[in-house]
Design a protein around this ligand. Sequence first.
Ligand SMILES: Cc1ncc(C[n+]2csc(CCOP(=O)(O)OP(=O)(O)O)c2C)c(N)n1
Ligand SMILES: [Mg+2]
Length: 578
Amino acid sequence: MATTVADVMVATLKASGVRRVYGIPGDSLNGFTDALRRAGEITWEHVRHEEAAAFAAAGEAGLTGELAVCAASCGPGNLHLINGLFDANRSGVPVLAIAAHIPAVEIGGEYFQETHPQELFRECSVYCELASVPDQFPRLVEMAMRAALQRRGVAVVVIPGEVFLADAPHGAQPARLRAVSPVVRPDQESLAAAAQVLNAAGRVTILAGAGCAGAHDQLIALAAALQAPVVHAFRGKEFVEYDNPYDVGMTGLIGFGSGYRAMEHCDALVMLGTDFPYRPFFPEGVPVIQVDVRGERIGRRVPVDVPLVGTVRDTVDALLPLITAKTDAAHLNRMTAHYRRARGRLDKLARDRRNDSPLHPQYVAATIDRLAADDAVFTADVGTPCIWAARYLRMNGRRRLVGSFSHGSMANALPQAIGVQASQPGRQVVTLSGDGGLAMLLGELITLRQQRLPVKVVVFNNGALSFVELEMKAGGIVTYGTDLDNPDFAGIARAAGLFGVMVDKAGQLEDALKEAFGHDGPALVDVRTARQELSLPPKLTYGQIKGFTLYATRTILSGDGGELVELAKTNLRELDVE
Ligand SMILES: Cc1ncc(C[n+]2csc(CCOP(=O)(O)OP(=O)(O)O)c2C)c(N)n1
Ligand SMILES: [Mg+2]
């Protein structure tokens, strides 16, 4: 049989270490899926919604750092990928999306299912090109793969269905592509300028992000030399928090007071591999040094005095010899003490509420943390599960945490877990799912069963879009449109062939989680959690305080005082207004 374009593509993927493709087949993609079938080895990971295919690829790539692949048929099929691709691209993980297209001769005639994928995917990709003739292969797919790997993002190849089936160019050989890691560090002059600022400053604080992956030793060495507290952005949590005596917690809307304070009370700020977006959380009037391998990202959140273009690892290695070690630990000690108090309060909150009914989400998250494996991978839904993950999951350098931290899309946890589990057989994968998030891509429970993926889904079932309610309250708006009248998720799970159990009493939680975690297959634990959990940002601005008061007034005026009383009862203890 003649070698087709699709055969060469599959051979290139295989030679480059790709082991699976997530997607849903369809007419225009048939040439590709048939080539996969004939070649063997690369598995077809069937999902129930293409958005899940893209999220799964993002989850896999986020965990492994290697290229992950998803594919979809023309028009609506590949259109469904788009939200997951946005997530992958914004998380900076390498994903190749194969977007099948209508027949080339029909393009431009409003043909059945016609869209213009190069336009649609332009914004969520680092590379997005249309294949017109077979002679472009395998070069086009190689360029796409290299772009995804080296520019850390999504590459889309748009391929009319018949091109897959065309004969490959004579002598086309599969290429073997892998990411290469160059050494990237700033020039000596920039390093000297940074050292001058840091040596002159009394109190230095470090803000660390996901760019600290693979640079834990460097981070600790720099913090030690500068006697600097280390604050992290959410995406940095898994790389920054563990084995770190300089850790003072997270900053941002769902962060800790200590993280905010350490930024506020410094004479110089060093940003390491972070694009932390919330400008009100940055200090004013202090010099800022920012390290980022993508130089174009520097200075877009706060004015930066010394831009350092390089990886955190290489840059800190080059900077350290220029730093005069500080001996005054007063700033560090004050901030770490503040952090210990905040941490103690949060742990106490989880402990004190362990017998409450409905269950308190803090206690649920702390129990998941305690029972999960040492090398577990957690995925957390956007919504309040992110807050509980940020506050109660302890990272240790082996555990991982995957989320939609830059794009902020709901329903990420389950499909990302699909990609993580598919690429990590034998590893424990636990989702912290919202009831809203789970329902949004509920069909993917069926994927767990069909693909034999033993993911453990824990649902924080609070009967509401709780995070949105918090936003409404903070904004002085009466909550509206946020109720969820949920079905029996455990029953649905069982009907889909999973282990499923519902927990509505604190005493049942531990046994249910143990049983689910020990179950040889996919499992769902539907935990009925308290709805009114107020998790305010560490610094309450005047506007926010005003908003909260306004909420109270309006709620009373609207006759809904009962809700307010409940809110006050369950939350006000937690306010961290200092
Ligand atoms: C796709 C998408 N739609 C809407 C939103 C806005 N949003 C953010 S969190 C949230 C509520 C999530 O509800 P749930 O999953 O139940 O989690 P909870 O906050 O209740 O724990 C919504 C609607 C979003 N981020 N993404
Ligand atoms: Mg909810």
